[in-house]
Design a protein around this ligand. Structure first.
Ligand SMILES: Cc1ncc(COP(=O)(O)O)c(C=O)c1O
Length: 462
């Protein structure tokens, strides 16, 4: 994820100084956290140097830190908050469910409503099994695929993220050579075939030569919500190739689900995957996730179906699977998504934001570009300083290394500068819009971006 540069407190940086002056309460908490949590954080993406903001509350598109500073938020709960922070309908559903109890150790009506709400938008979800995180959902997806096909290997794509369990640890941001990351055994790493995104011939050759591949798994709009976009024809080719070779196709819709369209990336492409993983939006901003797909595959989790088929069932406990509070939030959020055009609103705002930010880059003569589709945006930092135009930049013209390049010092300074100017971006300097971001938020962000660019220029970073 993001690697840190150590910002020496003595350095002469107007940006770092302004950030420290603005956020003394966060600095104090970060100092305490260092004595308790590795790097003082709970998620690698929160690793900001010298420290990240500590947030006290959030509403709609905004959040406020413990020092009372307000930010336009594009982190968007790691993509979970297409409805913005604290949607009143979702909040009421959570409160009502919490009053009823948080853990029954029994089935409950809301888990049926939640599965129905998913099925309403995702027709390929013939059966749904709830988990507590996207990581668990992709882990179960791989296990189901192996058990169903009787094959052992998985085919993934360089740069695609599917959570942090052993099968997904290498090949996302490093270890592209197939070696395992620390703590993962070589035997697991050996069962991953890593292909280049958009390389149809490479996938065809891999499926031709390796008859032990159980599943092809992808972020269906490309790595990191399209930071490295996939071509439509490539995704369609994956459906054809997997069908031809008797291999399952799994869309990891943890981010794209209910965002790329109401019906996720699969509705956008008109492709029916065999399995899909969901998290984030599916639980309305609460912890919760699901693996969903073909009944004959999910039947591997079914007691009677497994007994009738004379095979051992896949075990699947999980204390908080389908917990009623997440279920209530998920039902409320998915119902709003089904019945209103919140995707269209978030997309339109993001389009205006991308245009506005690119306008700043053109005005300021900076050879960067902002790109993306639907409700996501990415900042291209043009590491080779190619002569590009922000407004016409096409990510398909850039290489994997260029798109994924993240010069840590510039990225960190830019992130701090944007925080100084009242905007929270993700560690890749991109983000998500929600349906609550307004034209005023876009205007404020464009102003903040211009000021941040100028601060970077003043420090000789641009
Ligand atoms: C595409 C994708 N898959 C899986 C995951 C893992 O989900 P979780 O963080 O809920 O474990 C993420 C998380 O960001 C993701 O973006």
């Amino acid at each position: 994820m993001c690697s840190a540069v150590v910002e020496d407190p003595r350095i002469n940086s107007r940006i770092v100084t302004a950030y420290r002056q603005k956020t003394p309460g966060s600095a104090d908490l970060a100092q305490q956290a260092l004595e308790l949590l590795p790097s003082g954080i709970a998620h690698d993406a929160r690793n900001v140097d010298p420290y990240g903001i500590y947030v006290a509350r959030a509403k709609g598109p905004h959040k406020w830190d413990v020092d009372g500073n307000k930010y336009v938020d594009y982190f968007g709960g790691h993509g979970a908050l297409i409805l913005g922070h604290g949607n009143p309908v979702v909040a009421a559903a959570i409160a009502e469910a919490a009053a009823d109890g948080s853990q029954f150790g029994s089935s409950h009506p809301r888990e049926i409503g939640w599965a129905k709400a998913i099925q309403r938008l995702i027709p390929s979800a013939e059966r749904v099994r709830f988990t507590s995180s996207g990581t668990e959902a992709t882990l179960m997806g791989v296990r189901l695929a192996r058990a169903f096909t009787g094959k052992n290997s998985i085919l993934r794509f360089k740069g695609h993220f599917h959570g942090w369990h052993d099968h997904m640890a290498a090949g996302y941001s490093n270890h592209f050579d197939g070696t395992p990351t620390p703590g993962v055994i070589q035997g697991i790493a050996d069962k991953t075939v890593l292909c280049m995104p958009n390389d149809t011939a490479g996938v065809a050759a891999a499926l031709e030569s390796n008859k032990d591949i159980a599943v092809v798994l992808l972020e269906p709009t490309g790595s990191s919500f399209g930071q490295l976009p996939l071509r439509d024809e490539f995704v369609h080719a994956l459906r054809e190739l997997t069908t031809k070779h008797g291999v399952l196709l799994m869309f990891d819709e943890v981010v794209t689900g209910f965002r790329t369209s109401k019906g996720g990336a699969q509705m956008h492409y008109g492709i029916r995957p065999d399995l899909s993983s969901f998290a984030k939006i599916v639980a309305g901003g609460m912890p919760g996730a699901a693996i969903a797909g073909r009944k004959d595959i999910l039947d591997l989790l079914d007691f009677k179906a497994s007994a009738a088929a004379g095979r051992e069932k896949i075990g699947h406990p999980g204390t908080f699977n389908a917990n009623p509070i997440s279920a209530a939030a998920g039902i409320a959020a998915l119902t709003i998504i089904a019945e209103t055009d919140i995707n269209g609103q978030a997309n339109a705002t993001c389009g205006a934001l991308r245009d506005g930010l690119n306008g700043v880059l053109s005005d300021e003569g900076v050879r960067w570009a902002v790109y993306g589709t639907t409700s996501g945006f990415h900042l291209f930092l043009n590491p080779n300083n190619r002569d590009i135009s922000a407004k016409t930049f096409d990510p398909f013209d850039a290489s994997f290394d260029e798109l994924k390049s993240s010069p840590t010092k510039v990225v960190n300074r830019m992130r701090l500068a944007m925080l100084v100017n009242g905007v929270d971006l993700n560690p890749r300097l991109g983000g998500f819009t929600s349906c609550t971001h307004t034209a005023q938020d876009v205007t404020d962000t464009v102003v903040a971006f211009r000021e941040s660019i100028r601060m970077l220029k003043a420090e000789g970073e641009l």
